[in-house]
Design a protein around this ligand. Sequence first.
Ligand code: ATP
Length: 280
Amino acid sequence: MLKIKNLSFSYNQNQEEKQALKNINLTIEQGEFVGVIGPSGAGKSTFTMALNGIVPHFYNSGAFYGMVYVEGQDTVEVSCSELSKTVGSVLQDPDTQIVTSKVEDEIAFALENKGLERREIEERITESLELCGISSLRYRQTTELSGGQMQRVAIAAALAERPKVLVLDEPTSELDPIGSMLIFETLQKLNKEHGMTIIIVEQKVMLLSQYCNRLMVMKEGRFLLDGPTKQILEEYKKLEELGINCPRIVKLVACLKEAGLYKGDMPTNIEETCSILASL
Ligand SMILES: Nc1ncnc2c1ncn2[C@@H]1O[C@H](COP(=O)(O)OP(=O)(O)OP(=O)(O)O)[C@@H](O)[C@H]1O
């Protein structure tokens, strides 16, 4: 479980510096699959970094107020490496995350540091590469990888650690639609079968609608909307005002609602939309 109390953060101690996070209070239960959206500069990356301890540990010239508890651990009290046993992270820029020269070494790196046996490490490398659809990259040099391949290697490395909580910051930004869907399918499997808590910042709202059970909408350091996915999609007018491009299925059903032709729930996927259309 993640519990955040009165969290505020600015990157600079300067009082006039704009706060990147402003008095955030929320709880995320174990097993939730949470999508975070919001315009550029809203504070999404800063929020993810507050969950894995990068904020405040790597930004110690900043001003951090409040508390973030991850599975009962206070992120200020516990080091990032200790926290990483519970929280896996996929950063926005995989270049900054990848530290070894060969893909399989990248996956093995944290596992070796944890002192796992060679056989266990082998199993986890094979499994996580398969889950991310990149088994063929196992013996490749990391410097030869495309941006999308790097993203998948970073995700595979995080998954191999089997964290209770996985925080991902735009992990599909360099992937095509099929590659992006494959990542979401993998995350869904881990969420459903292993109860992994997933918090993902993502621009592709359609994917979030399909896979997340909760959506949180951020602007200027605050969460303006937070609730079950369907409920947040009902707020399509506010989403558009915030500059968030709603999925086409939401736009279509919104037109039906406004024309008085449909009064039910907002769909979250194509199948639900088709049955709404068929019922008309
Ligand atoms: N290293 C930093 N030093 C100073 N200010 C920063 C730093 N990183 C981010 N900020 C500021 O903090 C605020 C929140 O930025 P953040 O990157 O968290 O937003 P975001 O929603 O993730 O944006 P994007 O979608 O563009 O990645 C912005 O005003 C940004 O300029």
